[in-house]
Design a protein around this ligand. Sequence first.
Ligand code: GRF
Length: 204
Amino acid sequence: MVSPFALDKQNQTPRKARIAILGSGSGTNAAAICSFAEKKESTYEVGMIMSTSPHAGICDVAQKYSIPCEILRTDRDLSQQINQILDQYNVEVLALAGFMKLLPPSVIEHLMGRVLNIHPSLLPKHGGKGMYGIHVHEAVLKAGEAVTGATVHVVTNHYDQGRVVAQRALTVPGGIKANELQQLVKRVENQLYPEALEVFLRNS
Ligand code: GRF
């Protein structure tokens, strides 16, 4: 990857790294990343967004920020489609945000491991297969955790494993319901993910 700090020869400003976002959820993390990327001091720009559903909120985020959005066909080989799109848009880093499937290993290889994901717990707690959405927060409450939070990690071929890039914790309020906790954690996620991308890019 070209350093995000390499100077653009034409205007002598630091060149921004080009990231893509892949997800099929409501798109709050994508919106937070796009908003952060618009700041002058951000080291990255969002080149495109991919989704497996044209109806996902993340597609509305793409429209709001005038970012190209590509819809993946789930009845066809995903790795081929994703890798082709990554090349087409010269993507250097892929940020998963609400992508429910295991990313095909060839995509991780294609980007030489430069793929991040966000998970709504303090990994390694409450991660792994089946641990997504409300199930994570139900598990946190069932375990009687005093603290929960969000984790941004490098994606590997196993669910929710890989080097932790950043984590942020919050106290679990007494008597809170799982759906309320999900909303609290989502706010933490939306702050953490854009910053974690900066940390990752500055250290890569
Ligand atoms: C987030 O809770 C994230 O941790 C998980 O999927 C959810 C996506 O939410 N991987 P959103 O679409 O970014 O609002």
